[in-house]
Design a protein around this ligand. Structure first.
Ligand code: ADP
Ligand code: ASP
Ligand code: MG
Length: 460
């Protein structure tokens, strides 16, 4: 029986926390686990900043970022106080990664350009270092542990920056590389977020992707014939809460959610789980638990294929959204018009989010970082287009919501004077979703939370 344990950035943010993780894994008992580790908290952001300053040839800023990168990891390595041989090996590996980071940064500055492939090579460095540190800390406290480079096992397609897994190939590699170690009684540590394309180049799964890695490794172990009890996502909150506690301090733990609810929450901005995490686990009936590294005694949240109960389970919001209003009064009801509108988005590979139609326009929200110029240009050939930036999508999530009488009245009643820009068509029975100005979103979230979780006879 193998568990897959994933530790997020804050859980491995300092040497002390890495020691805590090593203790938690080392004293767990039972069969050895597969441990998946994120970059130390803030490191992926730092690497992103390094990319940007390298590209604009701001060498002073780039060298400063490289210095922070080196200092942060060297300090952690030193504070881990590893046995001499272990410490030397770790320092050599760290120097090698830091050297690579500097070379990539210089290359980017030279070309004044970053290819997605180069970007991934740089971003992966955080996980490649942090996972080695965790493996070393485990070994230092006497747990028989092996570190495996995630590029040896997580096979992906070559879509750098948002790689899709090749689940069959990953299962083959996990079977060949990981299973024998586990069978020999060794704990296996690897990095999340990082994989390799068929040509061997480094890929990443997109921001927050270490959760997805954990689920993919769980699935690969299962496909390789190992019994996988559960996938545990260890983070800095007690589990999935009724709302983001940074926005709603009164948020409280949700002990159990269905996979559909968890997927909707993740999609609509509950950062605690990567949106793609659930799929490989649910497809194989493996439960996913979300737990707090800082309060390991708590049971956390369990995500199961089916979880009991209906009604509002949690509320999420996602900022950084822009709406496009696509109007053409003469054409709107014409056969093929909507298809024509959406084909523009498809052509530019921009994924659409909330969709609403009215008599005069189709309204569509997208991520504000999407390349919209081309979309707007192509749409303008046959429609009137206007943009409304700085929005947020707010979603009330729970099973059977659309069919629950009075939910909409409660949702929109609770919002009070918050202006609603768009309401989604309700394509799923698991959410009620609408769009507001980004500045109003925290207020909207708190009001909804009060309505569904803090008032008498709340929730479900
Ligand atoms: P990690 O580094 O462990 O992957 P993340 O920062 O990605 O952690 O996710 C954890 C954070 O998600 C929490 O600190 C919390 O602020 C945020 N979050 C957003 N929505 C929720 C929610 N509904 N329940 C719990 N946490 C949430
Ligand atoms: N380190 C990556 C990020 O910050 C992946 C992750 O932590 O899940 O996005
Ligand atoms: Mg995360």
């Amino acid at each position: 029986m193998t568990d897959v344990l994933k530790f997020g950035g804050t859980s491995v943010g300092t040497a002390e926390r890495i020691q805590d993780v090593a203790r938690l894994v080392g004293t767990r008992g039972g069969d050895p686990c597969l441990v998946v580790v994120s970059a130390m908290g803030g490191v992926t952001d730092l690497l992103e900043a390094l990319k940007s300053s390298s590209k604009v040839k701001d060498r002073a800023a780039a060298e400063a970022a490289l210095e922070v990168l080196a200092a942060r990891h060297r300090a952690a390595l030193e504070a881990l106080a590893l046995p001499a041989a272990e410490s030397r090996a770790c320092a050599a590996a760290l120097d090698e990664e830091l050297r690579r980071a500097r070379e990539l940064s210089l290359g980017i500055s030279l070309l004044e350009e970053i290819s997605p492939r180069t970007s991934d090579a740089l971003l992966a460095i955080g996980e490649l270092i942090s996972s080695r540190l965790v493996a070393a800390a485990l070994r230092a406290r006497g747990t028989d542990t092996v570190w495996i480079d995630p590029r040896e096992i997580l096979a992906t397609d070559p879509t750098h920056g948002a790689a899709q897994p090749d689940e069959k190939e990953a299962a083959r590699r996990v079977s060949a590389r990981v299973v024998p170690e586990l069978e020999a009684g060794r704990t296996v540590v690897t990095g999340g977020f990082v994989g390799a394309a068929p040509d061997g180049s480094t890929t990443t799964l997109g921001r927050g992707g270490s959760d997805y890695s954990a689920a993919l490794f769980g699935a690969a172990l299962y496909d390789a014939g190992r019994a996988v009890d559960r996938i545990e996502i260890w983070t800095d909150v007690d589990g999935i809460l009724t709302a983001d506690p940074r926005v709603v301090p009164a948020a409280r733990l949700v002990p159990e959610v269905s996979a559909a609810e968890a997927a909707e929450l993740a999609f609509f901005g509950a950062k605690v789980l990567h949106p793609a995490t659930i799929r490989p686990a649910v497809a194989r009936g493996i439960p996913v638990a979300v737990r707090n590294t800082f309060r390991p005694e708590g049971a956390g949240t369990v995500v199961r294929r089916d979880a009991a109960g209906t009604g509002v389970r949690a509320i999420a919001m996602r900022t950084g959204v822009t709406a496009l209003f696509v109007g053409n009064p003469r054409m709107l009801l014409a056969y093929g018009y909507a298809a024509r509108v959406f084909s523009v988005f498809e052509r530019h590979r921009v994924s659409v989010d909330v969709i609403a139609t009215s008599e005069v326009s189709i309204s569509i929200t997208v991520d504000e970082r999407a390349p919209l110029e081309g979309v707007v240009r192509d749409l303008a050939e046959f429609a009137e287009v206007s943009l409304l930036p700085h929005l947020a999508v707010v979603s009330v999530v729970g099973k059977g919501l659309r069919s629950t009488a009075g939910i909409a009245v409660r949702v929109f009643g609770a919002l009070g004077d918050v202006n609603v820009v768009l309401i989604s068509q309700g394509a799923s029975d698991t959410n009620v979703t609408f769009v507001v100005d980004a500045d109003d979103a925290p207020k909207a979230l708190r009001r909804l939370h009060r309505e569904f979780f803090e008032s008498e006879g709340h929730g479900r």
